[in-house]
Design a protein around this ligand. Sequence first.
Ligand SMILES: Cc1ncc(COP(=O)(O)O)c(C=O)c1O
Length: 384
Amino acid sequence: MNQHARADLAPIPFIDIAAQRRRLGHAIDDAVARVLAHCQFILGPEVREVEADLAAFCGARHVITCASGTDALLLPLLAKGIGPGDAVICPSFTFCATAEAVALLGATPVFADIDEVTFNLDPAAVEVAIATARQLALVPKALIPVDLFGQPADHAALAAIARAEGLFVLDDAAQAFGAGYRNRRIGTLADATATSFFPAKPLGVYGDGGAVFTDDDELAAVMRSLRVHGEGRDKYDCVRVGLNGRFDTVQAAVLIEKLKIFPEEIAARERIARRYSAGLAEVATVPRVPEGATSVWAQYTIRLAPSRRDFLAATLKAQGIPTAVYYAKPVHRQEAYRRFPVAGGSLPVSDRLAEEVISLPMHAYLDEPTQDRIIDAVRNALGS
Ligand SMILES: Cc1ncc(COP(=O)(O)O)c(C=O)c1O
């Protein structure tokens, strides 16, 4: 180690998973030890327990945990029989898994543009996407709003379109479990909701994991079957083609403990986001959360002129402050997805945001002196 290293240049983590691990300490060790003692590693009692805890947390009638956020997207689409000839409308300014679940089933993702302020699906663009799908002789079947960076999409407006068009709505809340919308929690705003417990998510485990939420009894039963190879009466009675999509019992035990402190962590994230916005509003475009919605702040993302973004990233990096760009390349520009249709022929807002966004360190354990160091560094770099 460089003995002359300056404290004000010490590296700051982008997400400090270790800080939470220190806080939870023995609670996690004991929870994992209990699983190691009872040895019910596949769909053990902790899986059922955490499903009940998650349902109580968000108010959903059914929670089906699964192996990843990607499986949580796949299970409801598979259960609804989405496949070749079907169009599923989704944003392009998202992680590729949103469209991947659609493409894996042989259906066609139709990419729609987003609102410049919330970074989430623009309801007007969804109407354009429906028209684009029909022009291509595809049948619009489903809509996947993404609650990007932890902030809920405009669910009321999107649900109205979906109702009028007969679309199934699958909320991709991989980044947003814990957020709120009109006095309801994410998990209850769509026909089905998918979330991810990837370690870096606001509610993450120590490996992969995910869950689907729904109030629909029949859909829930089909997804439970699909999660275990399409089982019927038992595992050796296959009534549909499914997958091995089960949530690991050890991870369920971890999640039970993490969920207990999640409300406090959500409050901390909110406090930290407000401090960022107060410190940075003068020098950058800071996030805005519409009235009636609350974000869980999976990312704290500002916007800058493209020419200043690289400069800011390099300047902060030299001071030990990491940044990230989600997403430099929207999904419709990725090699694997270029062949899929784009609503109305272009996505100008998605393309522009891809050049302007930059995310700063964000997690529930970001203390004020460290955050002040980040705020000062951004302000200095941007010349204020
Ligand atoms: C918007 C979105 N959808 C889906 C996923 C997929 O989740 P997982 O990595 O748990 O499969 C992610 C995770 O990064 C995501 O951010």
